[in-house]
Design a protein around this ligand. Structure first.
Ligand SMILES: Cc1ncc(C[n+]2csc(CCOP(=O)(O)OP(=O)(O)O)c2C)c(N)n1
Ligand code: SF4
Length: 252
């Protein structure tokens, strides 16, 4: 019989707690597959953050730990520095965690050129705590704390984290990808794999921003949510490579 689907050993055989239609689960799978295909599961330590992915330490099939709100890049720095160079360290963080309380941590980890990989899940809201405005919430977007829609005059404009970090000299690789359709999921997989390869080959700090859904707090069904990403998020958060220092070795 032809095998058409199998689990990745990069994830535990466990049901996740994510809401139906939430693309956190897809992103987990892509990370798990990348770790499996690069054969680095045994060498990897992941750092879970705060937010809906707080329990990601239960899902990835590698060593995991947990950091306080926003502190994942600092915790990852410490872990990476005390372990031998061949160990892989990554963080998995939402936009509330990374771009709000954790903004200082991520900027300085990137500026130091830490040899870690950051998976940054941008769903334009604080998912776990009830859909408050995040630094990435779009202008006009209604949230629990901006019921009339985010207003630039009073709440400022959404932050494009990838572009901002790409200005830092010490950064090796930054790409923004999305999970709103199959073509983009495949591109996201490539980017995540490349980010881990860059770390493996000690090129430097690698960062993948993944546009993701939050049907529960957006008040949309799963299909409408995917369309919302395409119609509203992609125009403001353009996909593609923001920085690539490149390497002498063949990294694809
Ligand atoms: C210091 C601190 N401030 C606030 C909180 C509350 N808190 C927990 S998760 C979260 C939002 C995280 O949202 P995000 O990172 O966007 O992830 P998502 O849930 O959307 O995946 C907040 C504000 C906290 N736990 N600790
Ligand atoms: S609240 Fe939003 S981000 Fe959190 S699991 Fe549900 S859909 Fe996903």
């Amino acid at each position: 019989m032809k095998l058409v689907f199998q689990r990745t050993v990069g994830l535990q055989e466990k049901e996740t707690h994510y809401c139906p239609g939430c693309t956190h689960g897809i992103i987990h799978r892509l990370v798990g597959e990348a770790l499996e295909e690069l054969d680095i599961l045994e060498d990897t330590v992941g750092v879970a953050s705060v937010g809906c992915s707080v329990l990601s330490y239960e899902y990835f099939n590698c060593d995991m730990t947990q950091a306080a709100h926003g502190r994942a890049p600092a915790v990852a720095t410490g872990i990476k520095r005390v372990l031998p160079n061949n160990r892989i360290v990554f963080t998995y963080q939402g936009d509330g965690d990374l771009a709000s309380i954790g903004m200082a941590e991520i900027i300085h980890a990137a500026a130091r050129g830490e040899h870690i990989t950051v998976i940054f899940v941008n769903n334009a809201t604080y998912g776990m705590t009830g859909g408050q405005m995040a630094p990435t919430t779009l202008i006009g977007q209604k949230t629990a704390t901006t019921p009339l829609g985010r207003n630039e005059q009073t709440q400022g404009a959404p932050i494009r984290v990838s572009e901002m970090l790409a200005t830092l000299d010490s950064v090796a690789y930054i790409e923004r990808v999305s999970t709103h359709n199959i073509a983009n999921i495949l591109k996201a997989k490539k980017a995540i794999k490349k980010a881990f390869r860059y770390q493996k080959e000690q090129v430097g700090f690698s960062f993948v921003e993944v546009l993701s859904t939050c049907p529960t707090n957006w008040g949309l069904d799963p299909e409408e949510s995917l369309q919302w990403v395409e119609d509203n998020m992609v125009p403001y958060y353009p996909l593609g490579v923001k920085k690539d220092r490149g390497v002498t070795t063949n990294v694809t």
